[in-house]
Design a protein around this ligand. Sequence first.
Ligand SMILES: [Zn+2]
Ligand SMILES: [Zn+2]
Length: 247
Amino acid sequence: MYNQYEFGNLENYLLENKCNKNTSCEQTLNVHIFTGTVEFKKHRFKSVSLFLINAFDEKTLEIMSNIFVLLCITIALGMTINFLETETSDWFYILGVMASLVSIIISLCIQNVLEYYQDTFCRKCGNKLACEEVGEPIMKEKSNFRDYTLTVTRHWRCKYCGNVDTREGPENIFTEKGEMLPVIHLKSIECKKCSLSGAVVEFKKPDVKEIGNKRITRRYYKCTLCGNEDISESEEPINLSAHAHGS
Ligand SMILES: [Zn+2]
Ligand SMILES: [Zn+2]
């Protein structure tokens, strides 16, 4: 039901408004590189995070998160064994399912706290809750015929020692190469340069990324008559219940 991917994806909800703006594209041979600015990272459960980070260190938080995962597995196993051996009341199972769900949710929350811990921890002076995000976060997307990757670069400044740390990572944003459209769908597309329809083809598989609750597809078209290339982006809402990635 809940998994790390969905949680991480919600975390990036803030990116969704800006990700299509201020984006520039450079093309070298068969590689397209898109560079654009995104917003500062926003953390949820901030007061809980502050409380837990002040109270515990990183290791303890990691152990707590693992304990709740184990608890979830133990309860699920216990219920299965009990189900096979005896007849128990429905209440036992309802409570069991709820207890295992609650423990996995708590574990995911602690992982969220850990992310806040790592973001705000200064690696130079060793203070926790020390760093604030500064400057302009940049999202860089790289697309060739076979791969599509994405990284976000952020800058964190320590309020105690002034050190600025630049960190780069995929930030749990789901990316994949999508499928090309069936030829029948391309017939009606008109070339933006020579205005002829029926000659446009897709020249590589589309890039798909999921940010917040949106699935954004970027398609690459080329006119076979005049050679004009065109990149178009479309987005659709993600239906979380029909979502099967990583679960
Ligand atoms: Zn510092
Ligand atoms: Zn054309």
